[in-house]
Ligand binder design. Structure first.
Ligand code: HSE
Length: 433
């Protein structure tokens, strides 16, 4: 063998970054591996993209069939996104005995077992570092560096778009829509940005991490997922005043003595001194707690052309090393084990502190009634803020609770919302310490 041939499908933002890194670092990789990593073919429906990229002697085409049919291609990079064409492409590449590198978190989270079983059957690997955390090496860290640990808690900020929007709303008082537009322009957002702001993208990534960590397939569709669209400038201002920052978190917790895994995605208020509170803009972070190593914080750019391409190319080099050393599956995929069922803890069973923003008519007994219902449901109040609103008969009442059970909290809120002094839906944000 004189070279390792690669076929790239998808030459958009991330694909373009991959072409640039391979061109720039080509000599270095040749030296590292003893063989060149050669980008032999590139496919993209938008053939105009090729003109702006250093494609060298790669054969460029609109369709991917030539890549699948070319017996000299050993690695296929899938960067088209989505779960329809991408799934067909990945399965066909694996069936043809080609290794696959993908950044497609939706594909793995929704069809992981089929993809990894096909890879196993065909004796090839699927590498997916870029699927979680962009340039931040979360997958390699969990698969390799943390393998000695029992990891019972993972808290993540893993959607660059949401973190960018929340940062801009907080630091520059930018409206939500304008912050989203900037994130789209910078190439952070998904083709369908509702996946970002609705929490689905974080859900895909957290499902992949939980599957990797606990060795069973964590079903994305079963996860409780809330996005950031309900977070208002008012909540951001109150959070600041009370000493918190609002972040979209992906959480994985395995409670001692319980077999049920707590996996969820929702906005959370973090105390300003929390290590994750200072993660801003498109940066991502994963805070892991291992029983042997203690806390590990991964931090880096979680979205965008070059950071994500950096993760894709690291997978290419890993596969290249495996091929050169005739060890195609040097480090087991460990994505999930057949027959290991994972039970998810229902959201109703979690315990948390809560930020509650009621919008009420300013009249006698309102505060007393709210406090009574919370008390009847075993929810203890830690602090209350109510400001006089001149010339308005509606006021926000902010309550921070002590730890409470989610089921009790939801029951109490449903009762309070049935009362005639409530004028809008109550905002509930969990507080993560
Ligand atoms: N839309 C994703 C994000 C891209 O904003 O994080 C990286 O997966």
């Amino acid at each position: 063998m004189s070279e390792i041939n690669i076929g790239l499908v998808g030459a958009g933002t991330i694909g373009g970054g991959v072409v640039k890194i391979l061109q720039k670092q080509g000599d270095f990789f040749r030296h590292k591996l003893g063989l060149p990593l050669r980008l032999a073919r590139i496919a993209d429906l938008n053939t105009k993209l090729f003109a702006g990229l250093p494609v060298g002697d790669a054969i460029c085409s609109a369709g991917a069939d030539d890549i699948l049919a070319d017996p000299t291609i050993q690695i296929v990079i899938e960067l088209v996104g989505g779960t329809t064409f991408a799934k067909k492409l990945v399965l066909a590449a694996l069936a043809a005995g080609k290794h696959v590198v993908t950044a497609n978190k939706a594909l793995l989270a929704e069809h992981g077992p089929e993809i990894f079983e096909t890879a196993e059957r065909n004796g090839v690997s699927v590498y997916f570092e870029a699927s979680v955390g962009g340039g931040m090496p979360a997958i390699k860290t969990i698969r390799e560096a943390m393998v000695a640990n029992d990891i019972r808690s993972v808290r993540t900020i893993i959607n660059g778009t949401c973190n960018y929007i929340l940062t801009k709303m907080q630091n520059d008082t930018l409206p939500f829509e304008e912050a989203l537009r900037q994130a789209q322009q910078a190439g952070f957002a998904e083709a369908d940005p509702t996946l970002d702001v609705g929490g689905g993208d974080t859900g895909h990534k957290v499902a992949i991490l939980a599957s990797l960590l606990f060795g069973g397939y964590v079903t994305y569709n079963a996860l409780p997922i809330e996005g950031i669209t309900s977070i208002s400038a008012e909540d951001i201002a109150y959070a600041r005043e009370l000493g918190y920052r609002i972040k979209l978190l992906g959480i994985i917790k395995a409670d001692e003595g319980s077999s049920a895994l707590d996996v969820r995605v929702h906005p959370a208020m973090l105390p300003v001194q929390h290590i994750l509170a200072s993660v801003s803009n498109e940066y991502n972070a994963v805070l892991l707690e291992g029983d042997a190593v203690g806390q590990i914080l991964l931090y880096g750019k979680g979205a965008g052309e070059m950071p994500t391409a950096s993760a894709v190319v690291s997978d290419l080099v890993d596969i290249g090393r495996n091929i050169v050393n005739k060890a195609p599956r040097r480090i087991p995929m460990d994505y999930y084990h057949h027959n290991r069922a994972i039970t998810l803890k229902p959201l109703a069973a979690i315990n948390s502190r809560y930020y509650l923003r009621f919008t009420v008519v300013d009249k006698p007994k309102v505060l007393a009634l709210i406090a009574a219902v919370l008390g009847d449901n075993a929810i203890s109040i830690a602090s209350v803020v109510q400001r006089e609103m001149h010339a308005q008969d509606r006021v926000p009442v902010i309550i921070i609770t002590h730890p409470a059970c989610e089921a009790d909290l939801q029951h109490a809120i449903a009762r309070i919302e049935g009362m005639d002094f409530i004028t809008s839906k109550t905002q509930i944000i969990r507080i993560e310490e």
